[in-house]
Design a protein around this ligand. Sequence first.
Ligand SMILES: NC(=O)c1ccc[n+]([C@@H]2O[C@H](COP(=O)([O-])OP(=O)(O)OC[C@H]3O[C@@H](n4cnc5c(N)ncnc54)[C@H](OP(=O)(O)O)[C@@H]3O)[C@@H](O)[C@H]2O)c1
Length: 277
Amino acid sequence: MTVIAVTGSTGALGGRVARLLGAQVGRLVVRDASRAPRLPEAVPEVRVASYDDREACVRALQGVDVLLMVSGAEAPDRREQHRTFIAAAAQAEVGHLVYTSFVGAAPDATFTLGRDHADAEVAIAESGLRSTILRDNFYSDFFPMFATDGVIRGPAGQGRVAAVARDDVADVAAAVLRDAADHAGQVYALSGPEAITMGEAAARMSAALGTPFSFVDETEDEAYASRRQWSTEQWQLDAWVSTYTAIRDGEAAEVSGDVERLTGHPARTLEQALGTA
Ligand SMILES: NC(=O)c1ccc[n+]([C@@H]2O[C@H](COP(=O)([O-])OP(=O)(O)OC[C@H]3O[C@@H](n4cnc5c(N)ncnc54)[C@H](OP(=O)(O)O)[C@@H]3O)[C@@H](O)[C@H]2O)c1
Protein backbone atom coordinates (compact mmCIF):
# COMPACT_ATOMS: atom_id res chain seq x y z
CA MET A 1 0.00 0.00 0.00
CA THR A 2 1.25 3.47 -0.93
CA VAL A 3 2.32 5.49 2.10
CA ILE A 4 1.22 9.12 1.70
CA ALA A 5 2.74 11.57 4.19
CA VAL A 6 1.56 15.12 4.80
CA THR A 7 3.50 17.96 6.45
CA GLY A 8 1.90 21.14 7.79
CA SER A 9 -1.21 19.32 9.02
CA THR A 10 -1.37 21.50 12.15
CA GLY A 11 -1.96 24.41 9.76
CA ALA A 12 -4.74 25.38 7.39
CA LEU A 13 -3.60 23.88 4.11
CA GLY A 14 -1.96 20.65 5.29
CA GLY A 15 -4.82 20.07 7.73
CA ARG A 16 -7.36 20.37 4.96
CA VAL A 17 -5.37 18.01 2.72
CA ALA A 18 -5.14 15.43 5.53
CA ARG A 19 -8.91 15.57 6.08
CA LEU A 20 -9.59 15.26 2.34
CA LEU A 21 -7.36 12.20 2.07
CA GLY A 22 -8.85 10.60 5.19
CA ALA A 23 -7.95 6.92 5.33
CA GLN A 24 -5.44 7.40 2.50
CA VAL A 25 -3.05 9.37 4.74
CA GLY A 26 -0.45 7.05 6.17
CA ARG A 27 1.63 9.57 8.09
CA LEU A 28 1.55 13.09 9.48
CA VAL A 29 4.90 14.84 9.90
CA VAL A 30 4.47 17.56 12.52
CA ARG A 31 6.60 19.71 14.83
CA ASP A 32 4.48 18.97 17.88
CA ALA A 33 2.74 15.58 18.12
CA SER A 34 0.18 16.88 20.62
CA ARG A 35 -1.18 19.23 17.95
CA ALA A 36 -1.50 16.64 15.18
CA PRO A 37 -5.09 16.74 13.91
CA ARG A 38 -7.41 13.86 14.68
CA LEU A 39 -8.96 12.58 11.49
CA PRO A 40 -12.47 11.12 11.58
CA GLU A 41 -11.74 8.24 9.23
CA ALA A 42 -8.10 7.46 9.90
CA VAL A 43 -5.41 7.00 12.49
CA PRO A 44 -2.24 7.94 10.63
CA GLU A 45 1.15 7.45 12.14
CA VAL A 46 2.52 10.70 13.61
CA ARG A 47 6.22 11.51 13.37
CA VAL A 48 7.92 14.62 14.67
CA ALA A 49 10.35 16.70 12.62
CA SER A 50 11.11 20.34 11.99
CA TYR A 51 12.44 21.20 8.53
CA ASP A 52 15.75 22.38 9.98
CA ASP A 53 16.52 19.05 11.70
CA ARG A 54 17.99 16.76 9.05
CA GLU A 55 18.24 13.62 11.18
CA ALA A 56 14.69 13.92 12.50
CA CYS A 57 13.44 14.53 8.96
CA VAL A 58 15.19 11.44 7.60
CA ARG A 59 13.69 9.35 10.43
CA ALA A 60 10.24 10.86 9.84
CA LEU A 61 10.34 10.25 6.08
CA GLN A 62 11.66 6.71 5.85
CA GLY A 63 9.17 4.45 4.09
CA VAL A 64 7.21 7.33 2.54
CA ASP A 65 6.13 6.87 -1.08
CA VAL A 66 4.39 10.19 -1.69
CA LEU A 67 5.03 13.33 0.37
CA LEU A 68 3.32 16.71 0.55
CA MET A 69 5.84 19.35 1.59
CA VAL A 70 3.97 22.46 2.67
CA SER A 71 6.34 25.42 2.44
CA GLY A 72 7.56 26.47 5.87
CA ALA A 73 6.86 29.59 7.87
CA GLU A 74 8.50 32.80 6.70
CA ALA A 75 11.93 33.11 8.30
CA PRO A 76 15.31 34.56 7.40
CA ASP A 77 16.77 31.03 7.12
CA ARG A 78 13.80 29.54 5.31
CA ARG A 79 15.85 28.56 2.26
CA GLU A 80 18.26 26.52 4.41
CA GLN A 81 15.33 24.89 6.23
CA HIS A 82 13.71 23.89 2.96
CA ARG A 83 17.01 22.61 1.57
CA THR A 84 17.58 20.53 4.72
CA PHE A 85 14.15 18.94 4.44
CA ILE A 86 14.51 18.24 0.71
CA ALA A 87 17.92 16.65 1.23
CA ALA A 88 16.43 14.52 4.01
CA ALA A 89 13.61 13.41 1.70
CA ALA A 90 16.17 12.34 -0.90
CA GLN A 91 18.25 10.53 1.74
CA ALA A 92 15.13 8.73 3.01
CA GLU A 93 14.38 7.71 -0.60
CA VAL A 94 10.93 9.26 -0.69
CA GLY A 95 9.26 8.20 -3.92
CA HIS A 96 7.61 11.47 -4.94
CA LEU A 97 7.59 14.95 -3.42
CA VAL A 98 4.79 17.48 -3.96
CA TYR A 99 5.80 21.04 -3.02
CA THR A 100 3.64 24.15 -2.51
CA SER A 101 5.54 26.86 -4.36
CA PHE A 102 4.49 30.31 -5.50
CA VAL A 103 3.25 31.55 -8.88
CA GLY A 104 6.08 32.99 -10.95
CA ALA A 105 8.75 31.61 -8.59
CA ALA A 106 12.06 32.91 -9.95
CA PRO A 107 15.39 34.15 -8.59
CA ASP A 108 14.41 37.70 -9.61
CA ALA A 109 10.69 37.55 -8.74
CA THR A 110 9.35 40.87 -7.46
CA PHE A 111 7.74 39.09 -4.48
CA THR A 112 10.81 38.33 -2.43
CA LEU A 113 9.36 35.12 -0.98
CA GLY A 114 8.88 33.91 -4.57
CA ARG A 115 12.70 33.88 -4.73
CA ASP A 116 12.78 31.48 -1.75
CA HIS A 117 10.35 29.21 -3.59
CA ALA A 118 12.54 29.31 -6.70
CA ASP A 119 15.45 28.19 -4.52
CA ALA A 120 13.38 25.28 -3.16
CA GLU A 121 12.39 24.28 -6.69
CA VAL A 122 16.07 24.22 -7.70
CA ALA A 123 16.92 22.12 -4.64
CA ILE A 124 14.15 19.66 -5.53
CA ALA A 125 15.37 19.40 -9.13
CA GLU A 126 18.97 18.88 -7.97
CA SER A 127 17.91 16.25 -5.41
CA GLY A 128 16.79 13.88 -8.15
CA LEU A 129 13.45 13.34 -6.37
CA ARG A 130 10.44 12.70 -8.55
CA SER A 131 8.30 15.77 -7.95
CA THR A 132 5.25 17.87 -8.69
CA ILE A 133 5.29 21.62 -8.07
CA LEU A 134 2.11 23.47 -7.12
CA ARG A 135 2.71 27.16 -7.77
CA ASP A 136 0.03 28.82 -5.64
CA ASN A 137 -1.12 32.37 -6.19
CA PHE A 138 -1.83 34.51 -3.09
CA TYR A 139 -4.57 32.97 -0.95
CA SER A 140 -7.89 34.74 -1.58
CA ASP A 141 -9.46 33.63 1.71
CA PHE A 142 -6.57 35.41 3.44
CA PHE A 143 -7.39 38.81 1.87
CA PRO A 144 -9.36 40.14 4.87
CA MET A 145 -6.13 39.70 6.88
CA PHE A 146 -4.41 42.19 4.57
CA ALA A 147 -6.58 44.94 6.07
CA THR A 148 -5.99 46.99 9.19
CA ASP A 149 -9.25 48.48 10.47
CA GLY A 150 -10.84 47.63 7.12
CA VAL A 151 -8.15 49.39 5.06
CA ILE A 152 -5.80 47.48 2.76
CA ARG A 153 -2.74 49.63 2.16
CA GLY A 154 0.03 48.86 -0.30
CA PRO A 155 1.65 49.83 -3.61
CA ALA A 156 -0.48 47.53 -5.79
CA GLY A 157 -1.87 50.33 -8.00
CA GLN A 158 -4.28 49.00 -10.61
CA GLY A 159 -2.41 45.69 -10.83
CA ARG A 160 -4.46 42.51 -10.93
CA VAL A 161 -4.20 39.38 -8.81
CA ALA A 162 -5.65 35.95 -9.60
CA ALA A 163 -5.74 34.88 -5.95
CA VAL A 164 -6.65 31.25 -5.24
CA ALA A 165 -8.74 29.75 -2.44
CA ARG A 166 -6.76 27.59 -0.03
CA ASP A 167 -9.54 25.00 -0.33
CA ASP A 168 -8.78 24.77 -4.06
CA VAL A 169 -5.08 24.34 -3.39
CA ALA A 170 -5.98 21.56 -0.94
CA ASP A 171 -8.30 19.90 -3.47
CA VAL A 172 -5.51 19.96 -6.07
CA ALA A 173 -2.92 18.68 -3.61
CA ALA A 174 -5.17 15.78 -2.57
CA ALA A 175 -5.82 14.84 -6.21
CA VAL A 176 -2.12 14.94 -7.03
CA LEU A 177 -1.14 12.93 -3.94
CA ARG A 178 -3.71 10.22 -4.76
CA ASP A 179 -2.36 9.70 -8.29
CA ALA A 180 1.15 11.08 -8.01
CA ALA A 181 2.64 9.08 -10.86
CA ASP A 182 0.29 10.84 -13.30
CA HIS A 183 1.72 14.20 -12.22
CA ALA A 184 5.45 13.46 -12.11
CA GLY A 185 7.56 16.32 -13.44
CA GLN A 186 4.60 18.71 -13.71
CA VAL A 187 4.49 22.33 -12.57
CA TYR A 188 0.96 23.62 -12.02
CA ALA A 189 -0.13 27.25 -11.62
CA LEU A 190 -2.98 27.46 -9.12
CA SER A 191 -5.11 30.56 -9.47
CA GLY A 192 -8.63 31.74 -8.90
CA PRO A 193 -11.12 32.13 -11.78
CA GLU A 194 -10.32 35.80 -12.48
CA ALA A 195 -7.74 38.53 -11.90
CA ILE A 196 -8.99 41.53 -9.93
CA THR A 197 -7.47 44.74 -8.58
CA MET A 198 -7.08 45.26 -4.84
CA GLY A 199 -9.70 48.01 -5.11
CA GLU A 200 -12.14 45.53 -6.61
CA ALA A 201 -11.21 42.97 -3.96
CA ALA A 202 -11.97 45.50 -1.21
CA ALA A 203 -15.36 46.38 -2.73
CA ARG A 204 -16.31 42.73 -3.12
CA MET A 205 -15.20 41.86 0.42
CA SER A 206 -17.36 44.73 1.73
CA ALA A 207 -20.41 43.37 -0.08
CA ALA A 208 -19.71 39.76 0.84
CA LEU A 209 -18.81 40.23 4.49
CA GLY A 210 -21.07 43.17 5.29
CA THR A 211 -18.27 45.26 6.78
CA PRO A 212 -16.52 48.07 4.92
CA PHE A 213 -13.15 47.45 3.28
CA SER A 214 -11.21 49.95 1.19
CA PHE A 215 -7.90 50.02 -0.66
CA VAL A 216 -5.31 52.79 -0.38
CA ASP A 217 -2.58 52.77 -3.02
CA GLU A 218 0.59 53.65 -1.10
CA THR A 219 3.95 54.58 -2.57
CA GLU A 220 6.73 52.12 -1.78
CA ASP A 221 8.22 54.57 0.75
CA GLU A 222 4.84 54.94 2.45
CA ALA A 223 4.45 51.15 2.48
CA TYR A 224 7.78 50.63 4.26
CA ALA A 225 7.03 53.44 6.71
CA SER A 226 3.55 52.18 7.58
CA ARG A 227 4.87 48.67 8.30
CA ARG A 228 7.83 49.60 10.50
CA GLN A 229 5.51 49.59 13.54
CA TRP A 230 5.22 45.78 13.16
CA SER A 231 8.78 44.80 12.22
CA THR A 232 12.21 46.32 11.85
CA GLU A 233 13.57 43.30 9.98
CA GLN A 234 14.37 44.21 6.39
CA TRP A 235 13.54 40.75 4.92
CA GLN A 236 10.10 40.87 6.56
CA LEU A 237 9.40 44.42 5.36
CA ASP A 238 10.56 43.48 1.84
CA ALA A 239 8.24 40.46 1.83
CA TRP A 240 5.24 42.51 2.94
CA VAL A 241 5.80 45.40 0.54
CA SER A 242 6.69 43.20 -2.43
CA THR A 243 3.38 41.36 -2.04
CA TYR A 244 1.84 44.55 -3.42
CA THR A 245 4.51 45.51 -5.95
CA ALA A 246 4.28 41.99 -7.41
CA ILE A 247 0.54 42.56 -7.90
CA ARG A 248 1.20 46.05 -9.33
CA ASP A 249 3.71 44.57 -11.80
CA GLY A 250 1.32 41.85 -12.97
CA GLU A 251 3.37 38.97 -11.58
CA ALA A 252 0.35 37.36 -9.90
CA ALA A 253 -2.20 38.07 -12.64
CA GLU A 254 -2.13 34.77 -14.53
CA VAL A 255 -5.50 33.02 -14.61
CA SER A 256 -4.76 29.36 -15.15
CA GLY A 257 -7.26 26.57 -15.66
CA ASP A 258 -5.21 24.13 -13.60
CA VAL A 259 -7.54 24.04 -10.58
CA GLU A 260 -10.48 23.00 -12.75
CA ARG A 261 -8.40 20.60 -14.85
CA LEU A 262 -7.04 18.84 -11.78
CA THR A 263 -10.11 18.82 -9.53
CA GLY A 264 -12.97 18.70 -12.01
CA HIS A 265 -14.66 21.74 -10.43
CA PRO A 266 -14.26 25.45 -11.22
CA ALA A 267 -11.87 27.48 -9.11
CA ARG A 268 -13.66 29.23 -6.23
CA THR A 269 -14.49 32.92 -6.57
CA LEU A 270 -13.43 35.40 -3.87
CA GLU A 271 -16.91 35.19 -2.34
CA GLN A 272 -16.81 31.39 -2.30
CA ALA A 273 -13.34 31.48 -0.76
CA LEU A 274 -14.68 33.76 1.97
CA GLY A 275 -17.52 31.30 2.57
CA THR A 276 -20.25 33.77 1.64
CA ALA A 277 -21.42 32.31 -1.69
N1 LIG B 1 0.16 31.96 -1.20
C1 LIG B 1 -0.08 32.69 -0.12
O1 LIG B 1 -0.81 33.69 -0.15
C2 LIG B 1 0.49 32.29 1.19
C3 LIG B 1 0.13 33.03 2.30
C4 LIG B 1 0.61 32.62 3.52
C5 LIG B 1 1.45 31.52 3.60
N2 LIG B 1 1.79 30.83 2.49
C6 LIG B 1 2.65 29.62 2.55
O2 LIG B 1 1.78 28.48 2.48
C7 LIG B 1 2.05 27.62 3.60
C8 LIG B 1 0.79 26.93 4.04
O3 LIG B 1 -0.19 27.88 4.36
P1 LIG B 1 -1.14 27.68 5.62
O4 LIG B 1 -2.20 28.69 5.49
O5 LIG B 1 -1.50 26.26 5.78
O6 LIG B 1 -0.15 28.11 6.80
P2 LIG B 1 -0.28 27.78 8.35
O7 LIG B 1 -1.72 27.60 8.75
O8 LIG B 1 0.54 28.80 9.07
O9 LIG B 1 0.42 26.35 8.49
C9 LIG B 1 1.79 26.17 8.23
C10 LIG B 1 2.13 24.74 8.59
O10 LIG B 1 3.49 24.49 8.26
C11 LIG B 1 4.16 24.02 9.42
N3 LIG B 1 5.54 24.52 9.41
C12 LIG B 1 5.90 25.82 9.27
N4 LIG B 1 7.23 25.93 9.33
C13 LIG B 1 7.71 24.66 9.51
C14 LIG B 1 9.00 24.13 9.67
N5 LIG B 1 10.09 24.93 9.65
N6 LIG B 1 9.15 22.78 9.85
C15 LIG B 1 8.04 21.99 9.88
N7 LIG B 1 6.78 22.45 9.73
C16 LIG B 1 6.62 23.77 9.57
C17 LIG B 1 3.38 24.57 10.59
O11 LIG B 1 3.65 23.82 11.75
P3 LIG B 1 3.43 24.45 13.23
O12 LIG B 1 1.95 24.31 13.51
O13 LIG B 1 4.28 23.60 14.09
O14 LIG B 1 3.86 25.88 13.18
C18 LIG B 1 1.96 24.44 10.08
O15 LIG B 1 1.49 23.11 10.22
C19 LIG B 1 2.67 28.53 4.65
O16 LIG B 1 3.46 27.81 5.54
C20 LIG B 1 3.45 29.51 3.79
O17 LIG B 1 4.73 28.97 3.46
C21 LIG B 1 1.31 31.18 1.29
